[in-house]
Design a protein around this ligand. Sequence first.
Ligand code: P6P
Length: 338
Amino acid sequence: DQSNLAYSVGVTLDRFIKLKQSDFPFASGELSQLLRDIALAAKIVNRETNRAGLANIGGAFGQTNIQGEEQQKLDVIANIRFMRALSKGGEVCAIVSEEEDAVIDLQNNSGKYVVAIDPLDGSSNIDVNISIGTIFSIYRRKTPIGSPITAEDIMQPGNQQVAAGYVLYGSSTMLVYTTGFGVNGFTYENSLGEFFLSHPDIQAPKNGTIYSINEGLEMEWSSGIKSYVFSCKEKRFQSRYIGSLVADFHRNLLKGGIYLYPATSKNPSGKLRLLYEANALAFLIEQAGGKASDGKQRILDIQPESLHQRTPLFIGSQNMVDDAEQMIQCFESEITAI
Ligand code: P6P
């Protein structure tokens, strides 16, 4: 029947989206079209990424973004491509992008979706040919369609997401997304220009033996983080850190593992952004049976206060995140008890 066909490996993304639209009883097809628009932009960014070294679009763009990070040419290209795809499609009323200081209000009175996006995360890795990624979250606007966009539409906690996903531009290009009914991965076949279902119904292993953390920041870790990482070493776990969030996340999602980016002195609230990095990956990992925390609470329950706010992020296999949280809280409570 249709649901079995939806999970048969080899079905195209377009066909899968159509077959799964029945998950939404009142679906009017707009979310489906929005997902197709994102996939189209991903195909274009994939092509630009693959030829960056040849088309002199690698390297720095010569400006910095609001994060004070030096923009790479591909950052800017990816941002333009996704902005264009999201605005042309007609389903979106507002966009939050890592590359844009303020909310992009599309003045689109019929658009009912808000998209938060990191068009190209890890872009400092482009010039050394390490995998990079796009991360996106999709929300339904809260205020009535046709009325002006307000903070209520934009500052939604991650538990309000209707869909989320990432594109991993790696040894192969994959699109992995959820609409709240499980997580499915699609691999891009360049010669056909199509994403094909390659990883149906992804389940995150409850346990893992891989931990991902930038050990170069060890001197800045809290005692809780130090003790958790030490416990990983005692268990002879493998340390794997690519330094590209989507790549580290994807490996841990499939093989089991935990990614940790704690608060540091340079980033006292952590480095990763809540609205367009942590929330999307948190939705995905929970849909796959894993966990995402800031050390104290569920990432998806954090009420955003500002567009580009950062959060500590502990994400991956449920039991590993549980262990990390316990260590962090145990040492925190000792400190507060002193
Ligand atoms: P650090 C890339 O800049 C990024 O945002 C993520 O993709 C990556 O996981 C993290 O920062 C790496 O940060 O401080 O370890 O270099």
